[in-house]
Each structure stands twice: as C-alpha cells, then as structure tokens.
Design a protein around this ligand. Structure first.
Ligand code: PLP
Length: 368
C-alpha cells in the first residue's frame, strides 16, 4: 500500500525506530578496517564473550564462565538452538499465552509439543502457580518465560519469578528465559532474571539476551545465550553445523554496545516511557477499548473484543479492516494465541502515535 502512495502508519513492527548509536557503528567499521572479516569461533569472539561476562556481572546480578556463553544470529537463533537441544520428539514445553509466536513454532520445529498456560491482563499477564502445576506432565521438559513480554508488555514481579523457579526445581525442568526486553521497563518496575536467583536456578536456566532491542540493532543479528556448560556446548555444536559464527564485525559492534555509556540506553528507554504514557492517554480516550498499562517492552496489547462479532468477525478481520480503511497496521492477537486483541507497537514518534490513535478511534466508532 505504501508503494502505491497510500499513507499507511505501521504499529506492527517489533523494533525500535532509532538509528543504532554512532559509537557502536564506529566500532564495527573499525573491526572491518582491521580485517575482522574471517571465520571465528562458533561460540563467539572472545572480545564479545568477555563483554557479555562483564555485562551479566554488572547488569544481571550473576557471573558466568566463557564456556556458558554462545553468541548466535539474534536471540531468535539462540532460542532455536536451545529448543533443538532441550526437546526430544514428544517432549512438552510450557508457554504462557499470549506469547511471541516464534516460541510455539520453534518448539514444533524441534518436534516438541507446546502446552499453553493462559495469563490475563487483570494479573498483569503473570502466570498462576496452580495453573502451571496442572499443566505439568511426565513429558514436560521446558518452561518458556518472557518478561518483559512481547506481545503484552507484561513484566513479572520477583515473587512470580521465584515461584516459577521453585516449580522448575520441583519438577526438574529447564527454564528458557527470554529477557531481550530487560532494559525497557516502566513505572519503576525492576527486572528480575532467573539466573540471578542463585546457583540452583542458574544451573537449570538458559538466559536469552541480545542487543536488538536495547541498542536498536535488530539488523545486526547478534544475540547470546547463557546456559549451564553442557547445554551451551550442545547449542554450540548445533550452531557449528548450521551457521558457524555470527558475523564477526557485528560481534565487534555488539561488544562496543555492551561496554557503552549506560546513558545511551537510558535515553532510548526514557523516549519509550514518554511514548507509552502519551499513547495510553490517547488510546484510553477510545470508548470500549481495553488498554492495560504495560510494565515493559514497547507494545500496547489492546482488548478489542467489544468491537467484534458483528460487522467484523474477529481480530484478524479487524486488523485487515484497520489496514484497509484506517491505513494503520497492527498485529491481530490470534497470532499470539490471544484472539480478541490487537498489538499496537509504540516504537514510533509521538505525532505518529497521536494520528494512529485518532485513526483507530474513528475506525472503531460504530463497530460496538
Ligand atoms: N524475543 C522476543 C520476545 C522478541 O520479541 C524478539 C523480536 O521481536 C526476539 C526475541 C528476537 O530478537 P533478535 O532480533 O535478537 O533475534
């Protein structure tokens, strides 16, 4: 539609809209100039692994050895490696709905079975211990956690993280904890990662981190997993036969990002906080729209159920309708296992958010 000259506003993307900060770009250019253009160890360049070790110590409250780290082509690739290693055919992985659709597809690619535990907006999209317990079977191997969450923006309290860790210990499960949005939290929320809870939890946790969201480096394709050494080795062995190392000069950029002035991240996070507050204010003017307060990431997960069932049957039809009629792109909740919702990203400027909210309000008028 854009190619046809239509003024479409996209709230569908899952990436920050800022340029990658200059010092990071400079570091990658320097790496190219210095000839860092050859094959490298599959697990990652020592300079990046060392920067990751400093990062977890400084920011995540746990230390790790070099043999626990595997650098891959984005957090998505880390997750893929993890599921391939952890799941045999028929093994079950618990997912908390709404979830990022990649988890279910990657579990299926490993011949595993996604077992879905619902969460609700009323509870900040945090899981309930009893619901987890009742989903566990002898085939359960993995619990997939994602706080702060895409698509809901929900972020778990420390008590929830501890409760899930206790369940994992009781049933001898591995926790795959995707903490890619760790630095984007609001209203004073403090991110708690699993590995920081202590050695027992760390010994059963694969922590997935990366530079895509924190440093606006989505196209660089660098993510990293920190796991117990035997899991890390198996992940590295798989990766060795699939991609070998992640791009060397992108790794140099990622190392510079991790060692960069924290003010870079703080500035981007403050911009997101401003957009979130402004966006909530605009969207809450729309009658009948459910707008929870996201505690993290950069998404509003809007409850549109009041507008469905008549002229517009479901959330997929609504997303089509919004694109066709209002020229705004959103993502239907069904792809996140949450029909009746749409995901609206606020990785956009304030003017765009204001215009998007106005168009959404106009389009929803009359559908109730
Ligand atoms: N995890 C979550 C929850 C995401 O939303 C995304 C991207 O949308 C990723 C992982 C992928 O990150 P990367 O760009 O590092 O592969």
């Amino acid at each position: 539609m854009k190619a046809r000259g239509i003024d479409v506003l996209s709230f569908a993307v899952g990436e920050p809209d800022f340029n990658t900060p200059e010092p990071i770009i400079e570091a990658a250019k320097k790496a190219l100039d210095q000839g860092m253009t050859k094959y490298a160890p599959s697990r990652g360049l020592p300079l990046l692994i060392e920067a990751i070790q400093r990062k977890t110590e400084r920011e995540n409250g746990f230390s790790c050895q070099a043999n626990q780290v595997v650098v891959s082509c984005g957090a998505k690739h880390c997750l893929y490696n993890a599921f391939q290693v952890l799941l045999n055919p028929g093994d079950e992985a618990i997912l908390f709905a709404p979830f990022w659709m990649t988890y279910a597809d990657q579990v299926a690619l490993a011949d595993g079975i996604p077992v879905i535990v619902p969460t609700s907006a009323e509870n900040g999209f945090q899981p309930d211990a009893a619901a987890i317990e009742s989903a566990i079977t002898p085939r359960t191997k993995v619990i997939v956690c994602n706080s702060p969450s895409n698509p809901t923006g929900g972020a778990w309290d420390r008590a929830t993280v501890e409760a899930v860790a206790a369940i994992a210990e009781r049933h001898n499960l591995t926790i795959v904890s995707d903490e890619i949005y760790e630095h984007l939290t609001y209203d004073g929320h403090q991110h708690t990662g699993f590995a920081q809870l202590g050695p027992e939890t760390a010994s059963r946790t694969v922590t997935i981190l990366g530079v895509s969201k924190t440093y606006s480096m989505t196209g660089w394709r660098i993510g990293f997993a920190i796991s117990p050494p035997e899991i890390a080795t198996a992940m590295a062995n798989i990766q060795d036969q699939v991609t070998s190392n992640a791009t060397t000069f992108a790794q140099a950029g990622a190392a510079a990002a991790l060692d960069s002035d924290p003010a870079l991240v703080q500035k981007m996070a403050a911009t997101f906080a401003e957009r979130r507050a402004f966006g909530m204010q605009q969207l809450r003017k729309i009658d009948g729209l459910g707008v929870p307060s996201p505690k993290g990431a950069f998404y509003f997960f809007l409850d549109v159920s009041r507008f469905l069932g008549g002229e517009i049957a479901d959330d997929c039809a609504l997303a089509e309708h919004l694109l066709d009629k209002a020229h705004i792109a959103t993502v239907p909740g069904s792809v996140f296992h949450a029909p009746g919702h749409i995901r609206f990203s606020y990785a956009a400027g304030l003017d765009t958010i204001a215009e998007g909210a106005r168009r959404l309000g106009d389009a929803l008028k009359g559908l109730q």
